[in-house]
Design a protein around this ligand. Structure first.
Ligand code: MN3
Length: 211
């Protein structure tokens, strides 16, 4: 079973004015579709066929650059569409463990946003910034070049990504040109904290109980 391009969970224009419809059309329909097709081509006829994307990424150093770049591109964009929503923005609610974990590990939502923005702004060239959970159930922020991510065995710092922002120019150039910082600020207006919180709870191997 080949990897499938997921449908966007909202209309192309649903994230306007924060992310414009034309960017979403090209980003999902051309870029993400391209990574998906190239990943399928790279694994066709190999023993990677039928493996989960997470299994492939965890051992990606053993495979070709095509598997690394397109496997990362496939996974990263699936997560990216998921963590945004036209109902996003604001803060995690009091019921969401992710809000408590952000307070614990960063000292507050504003401090988290500043650190995440710094990681996304200072990633030179193309790449991603991530909020992740480590094996001790602590949150950390990291960034990766190109289509790498923290699930990969080649990552500088490994963990489970629960929020990510694409800082390739194709993600913002049509609307924001070189103003990456404005795009990052706008991204926070569409982050769906209920999705991030669910990903935190699912990833949380220590079972932190904030109740
Ligand atoms: Mn992209």
């Amino acid at each position: 079973m080949a990897f499938q391009l997921p449908d966007l969970p909202y209309a192309h224009d649903a994230l306007e004015p924060n992310i414009d419809a034309r960017t979403m059309e090209v980003h999902h329909g051309k870029h993400h579709n391209g990574y998906t097709n190239k990943l399928n081509a790279a694994i066709e006829g190999t023993d990677l066929e039928g493996k989960s994307i997470k299994d492939i990424l965890a051992n990606v150093s053993k495979y070709s650059a095509g598997v690394r770049n397109n496997g990362g591109g496939y996974f990263n964009h699936c997560l990216f569409w998921e963590v945004m929503s036209p109902n996003g923005g604001g803060s995690p609610t009091a019921q969401m463990n992710i809000g408590k974990a952000i307070d614990r590990d960063f000292g507050g939502l504003d401090e988290f946003k500043a650190a995440f923005k710094k990681a996304a702004t200072t990633r030179f060239g193309s790449g991603w910034a991530w909020l992740c959970v480590d094996s001790d159930d602590k949150l950390f922020i990291t960034s990766t070049p190109n289509q790498d991510n923290p699930l990969m065995d080649v990552a500088e710092k490994k963990g489970t990504p629960i929020l990510g922002i694409d800082v390739w120019e194709h993600a913002y150039y049509l609307n924001y040109q070189n103003r990456r910082g404005d795009y990052i600020d706008a991204f926070f207006n569409v982050v769906d904290w209920s999705v991030v919180s669910k990903k935190y709870n699912d990833a949380n191997p220590g079972g932190s109980d904030f109740s």
